[in-house]
Design a protein around this ligand. Structure first.
Ligand code: ASP
Length: 359
C-alpha cells in the first residue's frame, strides 16, 4: 500500500492518478482525504450511497438522531471556504451537525493572517491543529491536494475533503449527483447502459469534470457533452473516459440529444473565470437552455439535473415537472456528505449495526 507520507511533494505529484488515489485512501479502500473523483470505485460509491440512505432513515426518529449525534461528538471540523458558497457550505454544516461534529469556519482569508502575508498553506496548517477534519473550497486548483500531502506528513494527520477546487473538481457534488441518479434508476434497472447528456459550460464547470469520472464506474454509460465550441469539455476528461472503455460524444446540438437522454445535466456559464471582460456574454448560449418546449423532447422516464445555482439555463416553469430533480439533489447532498464525513472517521459499520438492530 502506497502511503502519501513516503513521498516528497514532487514525487507524489508525478505519480499516476491511480497511485495518488491509493495514497489518499485508507487500507479498506475508502478515502481518508477526498480530493478527486478518480479516487472512487464502484465499491466505495455503493458503500456511501447505502450509508446515506441509512443515515436519512435513522435521522427520522429522536432515538436515531441521538445515536447519530453521538457518533462524532468528540470531533471538530473546520469549514474553510474562501470561494463564494452558501449551499455547499450549509450542506456540509448540516452534514456535520447531523453527526454531532462541532464546526468552525473561515469564509474570508482577508480577515485572517493571510492578510499579514502568511501563506495559505501556513494558515491552514495552523488551523488544522484545532480541528479533526478540514472541508475546503478554494479558487486554486491544487491547494486541497497539496494540503492533504502536507497534513499527512504531520504527527497528527487531518483529513481534507475537497468541496470545490477551482475549475478542476467538485467530488462531493459528483457524489450527490450519482446518489440522485442511483435513486432515480434503482427500480428501473439501475445506472448501467444509460445516456447522460451534460450541457453548458463544460470547459470551466468543475461538476461535470468530477461527475463524468464517477460515472465511468458504471458499465455501458454513453457520455454526451453538449456545449458551444468555446466551452467544450476538456480533452483530459475525454481521454479518461475513453481509457475506461466508455462511449463519449461531443456535440453542439442539444435538441438532437434530448430524446436520447436518460439524464440531462444542465450547468450555468461560469463567467467568473472570464479572462477578458464580457468574454462569456459574446458566446451564443441560446440553444443550451431548457424550457417547456425542450422538456417535450425528453423521454417521460428521463430526469433533469442541475448542480445549482442556476441562471436561465432552466426556466422556472420546468420546476413542477416530475422529471426535475435539482431540488432533490440538494437534499441528497446533505445525506451523502454526512455519509462521507462518517466514512472519513470510519463510522460506517456502527451505522450499519444501528440500522440493522433498530429499523
Ligand atoms: N455549485 C457548483 C460549483 O460550485 C456549480 C456552479 O457554481 O455552477 O461548482
Amino acid at each position: 500500500m502506497k502511503r502519501i507520507s513516503d513521498f516528497s511533494w514532487q514525487e507524489y505529484d508525478a505519480l499516476p492518478v491511480a497511485d495518488k488515489a491509493e495514497c489518499l485512501s485508507r487500507p479498506d479502500g475508502m478515502p481518508f482525504h477526498t480530493i478527486f473523483a478518480q479516487q472512487f470505485g464502484r465499491a466505495s460509491l455503493d458503500r456511501l450511497c447505502d450509508a446515506a440512505t441509512k443515515i436519512r432513515a435513522i435521522a427520522k426518529s429522536r432515538a436515531g438522531m441521538e445515536f447519530l449525534q453521538g457518533l462524532l461528538f468528540h470531533k471538530r471540523a473546520m469549514i474553510y471556504f474562501t470561494q463564494p458558497s452558501s449551499r455547499t457550505f450549509l450542506s456540509f454544516l448540516s452534514a456535520c451537525q447531523i453527526l454531532g461534529l462541532r464546526t468552525g469556519e473561515v469564509r474570508d482569508a482577508s480577515v485572517s493572517s493571510e492578510f499579514k502575508g502568511e501563506s495559505r498553506e501556513d494558515s491552514i496548517r495552523t488551523f488544522s491543529s484545532y480541528f479533526d477534519l478540514i472541508v475546503m473550497r478554494t479558487r486554486e486548483k491544487g491547494l486541497a491536494e497539496r494540503m492533504a500531502w502536507a497534513l499527512s506528513r504531520s504527527k497528527r494527520p487531518v483529513p481534507i475533503i475537497n468541496a470545490g477546487s477551482g475549475k478542476d473538481q467538485h467530488p462531493t457534488q459528483a457524489l450527490l449527483d450519482v446518489y440522485t441518479l442511483q435513486r432515480s434508476f434503482e427500480r428501473r434497472g439501475g445506472l448501467r447502459n444509460r445516456t447522460i447528456v451534460y450541457v453548458g459550460d463544460l470547459a470551466r464547470g468543475r461538476t461535470v469534470r468530477s461527475l463524468s469520472r464517477l460515472l465511468a464506474n458504471y458499465d455501458g454509460i454513453r457520455h454526451v457533452f453538449v456545449a458551444p465550441s468555446p466551452l467544450r469539455i476538456g480533452e483530459d476528461v475525454l481521454a479518461d473516459l475513453r481509457a475506461a472503455g466508455q462511449t463519449v460524444e461531443v456535440s453542439e446540438d442539444m435538441a438532437a440529444w434530448l430524446p436520447e437522454a436518460d439524464a440531462v445535466y444542465m450547468t450555468r456559464i461560469q463567467d467568473e473565470w472570464d479572462e477578458t471582460s464580457g468574454e462569456s456574454a459574446r458566446i451564443d448560449t441560446s440553444r443550451f437552455k431548457i424550457g417547456l418546449e425542450q422538456m417535450r423532447l425528453m423521454r417521460a422516464d428521463a430526469i433533469l439535473m442541475h448542480p445549482l445555482p442556476r441562471r436561465d439555463e432552466i426556466a422556472p416553469e420546468v420546476d413542477d415537472d416530475p422529471r426535475a430533480m435539482y431540488w432533490r439533489q440538494v437534499r441528497n447532498g446533505m445525506w451523502i456528505r454526512a455519509a462521507l464525513v462518517a466514512s472519513t472517521f470510519d463510522c460506517l459499520s456502527r451505522i450499519d449495526h444501528w440500522f440493522r438492530d433498530n429499523l
